[in-house]
Design a protein around this ligand. Structure first.
Ligand code: TRP
Ligand code: MN
Length: 446
């Protein structure tokens, strides 16, 4: 019970980007109800993920995080979830086989429902309403009813997360992830270079699988994968209600996801977000933007990983293709000097967002490639390990990011622009990134 009192200390700090709930009594009822519901993940799983991320900090594994900018309730369907899992599995196969490195698979899924926004309100045709803050807070429709924050949505978010996680567990352990199915995961036209490249790789893996079969090698690990989930721990009332005491150790774990991250906008050292996550034992990520100072990074290590536990703290850099080569080295230098281990992950999406003349928020695949290459180059210069990659992607054939071998052009962005928040890589662009990263990792190993 003492720990839960400690956990509540975030309330004395400044909590940025929280909704203004119209009915605080209802918020209390809803969060009290959430506290009675079962945990979504278990402490032992979070510990296992922490050990796997620790390997990535040493270059002995590679973290692949991917999923929507914002999940929505309407798109939490079996088809959308399966396609996202398929995409992550295909990327993981490309990386595992192409770079001979174990891949830690983390879905930005089953809880990625809350969004910080640059402005608290949105004005359209002279009408001002609260901004859309994600399905866990309000609705996207531009009406007063939809945009008013409603804390019943916290419970709906929990239910969608539970159903999504259940499907993830079923798909990754129930046969879908079997390595003898790599061919079946492919889709689309083989004229597409990314799919053709994948097809060749799948043929090689099939041969290897037939060889293993003939050699009577059989292991459960060929048929299943461990897939973890993570989201931005933004809405502190929700995160607190799902934080529980582990009966084995008496420690606090946030049981809404295996891993949580703190966004660039809420990572201030005195912010409530840092306070809350300093008290739980999950692996934690922190996003670092282009203005991050070495002193920020050192203060974050002091707050979030004072003991220097391996795998506990991941820095997810989102600098922008134009500046990563200038800004990252001093941060890496500071961390090296400190000596406590961190895992470095690249988010090549958020520093590279642009708006087209027509008003579409988009990103160029070539900038995303460029930031990834810069991330690898800096770590190679500094003698540190590029530990992973964090992407906004969907398994569907949307047209939200510009470029790719089946090129999405400015003129065609409108065809299937479906995101409510940030533009996502489509299935084929995601595979292209996996091949690029596999090549970069092969070079690192040389
Ligand atoms: N279990 C292993 C792993 O997670 C091998 C594996 C099985 C795998 N199915 C997979 C790897 C699908 C990638 C994709 O690495
Ligand atoms: Mn985003």
């Amino acid at each position: 019970m003492d720990q839960l009192n400690e956990l509540a200390k975030w309330r004395a700090k400044e909590a940025k980007h929280q909704p203004s709930w119209p009915d605080l009594d209802k918020l209390k009822d809803d969060t009290d109800y959430l506290r009675t519901l079962p945990p979504l993940v278990f402490a032992g799983e979070a510990d296992k993920l922490r050990r796997e991320i620790a390997l990535a900090s040493r270059g002995e594994s590679f973290v692949l995080m991917g999923g929507d900018c914002a999940e929505t309730f309407a798109e939490s369907t079996a088809d959308h979830i399966r396609e996202k899992i398929r995409t992550i599995l295909q990327m993981a196969v490309v990386l595992t086989y192409g770079a001979s490195v174990p891949v830690v698979k983390i879905g930005r899924m089953a809880g990625q429902f809350a969004k910080p926004r640059s402005k608290p309100t949105e004005v359209r045709d002279g009408v001002e309403l609260p901004s859309y803050l994600g399905d866990i807070v309000n609705g996207f429709d531009f009406t007063p009813e939809a945009r008013t924050p409603d804390s019943s949505r916290l419970i709906q978010a929990y239910q969608h997360s539970a159903a999504t996680l259940n499907l993830i567990r079923a798909f990754t352990t129930g046969g879908f992830a079997d390595l003898s199915k790599v061919h079946e995961w492919n889709k689309g036209f083989m004229q597409n270079p990314a799919y053709a490249k994948y097809e060749n790789l799948a043929t090689e893996i099939d041969r290897a699988m037939r060889f293993l079969h003939a050699a009577r090698v059989s292991d459960e690990s060929l048929r299943t994968v461990d897939m973890y989930v993570a989201h931005e721990a933004l809405l502190l009332d929700y995160e607190e209600a799902l934080t529980r005491i582990d009966s084995r150790t008496g420690n606090l774990y946030n049981c809404s996801a295996h891993m949580l991250w703190i966004g660039e906008r809420t990572r201030g050292i005195d912010d409530a977000h840092v306070d809350m996550l300093s008290r739980v034992h999950n692996p934690i990520g922190v996003k670092l933007g282009p203005t991050t100072q070495s002193s920020d990074v050192l203060a974050l290590i002091d707050a979030l990983n004072p003991e220097g536990e391996e795998g506990r703290l991941t820095f997810i850099t989102r600098m922008g293709a134009g500046v990563i080569r200038d800004r990252l080295p001093s941060l890496v230098e500071a961390v090296k000097g400190d000596g406590r281990p961190v895992t470095w992950v690249s988010d090549p999406m958020h520093g590279n967002t642009i708006t087209t003349d027509e008003g579409f928020k988009t990103r160029r695949l070539k900038d995303i490639f460029d930031e990834i290459n810069g991330f690898f180059a800096v770590h190679s210069q500094m003698g540190t390990h590029p530990g992973g990659i964090h992407l906004e992607l969907t398994g569907d054939d949307v047209t939200e990011v510009l470029g790719g071998s089946e090129e999405v052009l400015e003129e065609t962005l409108g065809e299937r622009y479906e995101t409510l928040v940030d533009p996502r890589l489509n299935h084929q662009q995601s595979l292209e990134i996996a091949f690029l990263v596999a090549e970069a990792l092969q070079e690192t190993a040389l």
